[in-house]
Write a protein that binds this ligand. Structure first.
Ligand code: PLP
Length: 380
């Protein structure tokens, strides 16, 4: 039933009437703050763009369709989306989170959610028995897989079984693999969140975030939150994500091919002490990711022999850009300890193995040999 995911990136399963009668192939940008009513009780379905705008609605439909969710809601950034999800909870609610998460989310949980009265327990989901930590106030489990930046793979179905047994919400951040490779809702998640800034947009040019809900009830709650707190994705940015999504399949395939080549090349280098890519057979999560996803993605983390070498690499890379973020067509190298994970407490960094010798690559769609040549000259 329905189209394959490659087609879904460009077309909804059913052609829908749009407000536009021109036959435009590219969905229009409805650059309007408000909508006129034809008379009392006669609405076009749109009132005010904080509540909904046709361009935002279109990108929400596409993302919901790609993830296999009931509805998606588009936010102005990934963090806005995740903050909105946290508004589902009330003081004294307890949430169990994996401890290898994007640094901004650790900052949100430790400095904002805790202040708002939420009780957060951080655990290594690959090692610890989550069930032992569930109490009568536990409401949700939160994870990313593969994790950022250590690329741990968490078994979504296994965690979902625990969540279902205890009536908890399972929230999964699917940014790293994108819906092209992984659909957590099909594996039992209740909510999927995305930094749409990354693979969905795909061009390092737009911030966006998504919440995809597996039930109408949850979607209704998230829509009430966006209507009230107001961090909706703007019409032009919604359109940029729609355009980026059209090539999601091609970009993911090419970036993954490049990542596989880079991982193999890095493995053969004497200055590299560790290569962490779930596509490598020796990765501890290799079998799990093969079971739950259709690919391994294009993020890889590696550890070099000294901090001096880190400095040299970051100084010398030319084609590869030293920048935060990921998931775009350009290859980026990130130093988690001073960038994405700068606000993560040192004991968590140490526990997760995020040392001053760890670098993260978001592999783009350039020619793989050019990327390898750039790393080669940067290493020497
Ligand atoms: C970047 C990122 C976020 C935050 O998204 P923004 O769009 O930067 O606000 C959340 N989760 C993961 C896994 C990310 O990489």
């Amino acid at each position: 039933m329905g189209y394959d995911i490659e087609t879904k990136c460009l077309h909804l399963d059913k052609r829908e009437e749009t407000c536009d009668k021109s036959g435009a192939i590219s969905f229009p940008i409805y650059q309007t703050a408000t909508f006129a009513h034809l008379g009392l009780g006669k609405s076009t379905g749109y009132d005010y763009s904080r509540l909904q705008n046709p361009t935002r609605e279109q990108v929400e439909k596409v993302v919901a369709n790609l993830e296999g969710g009931v509805e998606a809601v588009a936010f102005s950034s990934g963090m806005a989306a995740i903050s909105a999800v946290m508004e589902l909870f009330a003081p004294s609610d307890h949430i169990i989170v994996d401890d290898d998460l994007y640094g901004g989310i650790v900052r949100l949980f430790l400095n904002v959610s805790k202040k708002n009265g939420l009780d957060i327990t951080r655990l290594n989901f690959c090692e610890e028995d989550i069930e032992k930590y569930i109490n009568e106030n536990t409401k949700a489990i939160y994870l990313e897989t593969p994790t950022n930046p250590m690329m741990n793979v968490i078994d979504i179905e296994k965690i979902s079984a625990i969540a279902k047994r205890h009536g908890l919400l399972l929230i999964v951040d699917n940014t790293f693999l994108s819906p092209y490779f992984q659909n957590p809702i099909k594996l039992g998640a209740d909510i999927v969140v995305h930094s749409g800034t990354k693979y969905l947009g795909g061009h390092n040019d737009t911030l966006a975030g998504f919440v995809v809900a597996a039930s109408q009830e949850l979607a209704g709650k998230v829509k009430y939150i966006i209507k009230t707190t107001g961090a909706g994705l703007a019409p032009l940015d919604s359109w940029l994500i729609l355009r980026g999504l059209k090539t999601l399949a091609l970009r993911m395939e090419k970036a993954q091919d490049n990542a596989k080549k880079l991982a193999q090349w890095l493995k053969g280098r004497s200055e590299i002490t560790r290569v962490i890519y779930p596509g490598l057979e020796e990765h501890p999560g290799h079998e799990i990711i093969k079971k739950q996803a259709r690919g391994f993605g294009a993020m890889l983390t590696f550890e070099v022999s000294s901090k001096e070498l880190v400095e040299k690499i970051l100084d010398k890379v030319e084609l590869i850009q030293f920048a935060e973020s990921l998931g775009g067509v350009e290859t980026l190298i990130t130093y988690p300890i001073t960038q994405t994970h700068a606000d993560v407490p040192p004991e968590i960094l140490a526990k997760n193995g995020i040392t001053d010798r760890v670098l993260r690559l978001s592999v783009g769609i350039e020619n793989a040999d050019d990327l390898i040549a750039d790393l080669e000259q940067a290493f020497s």
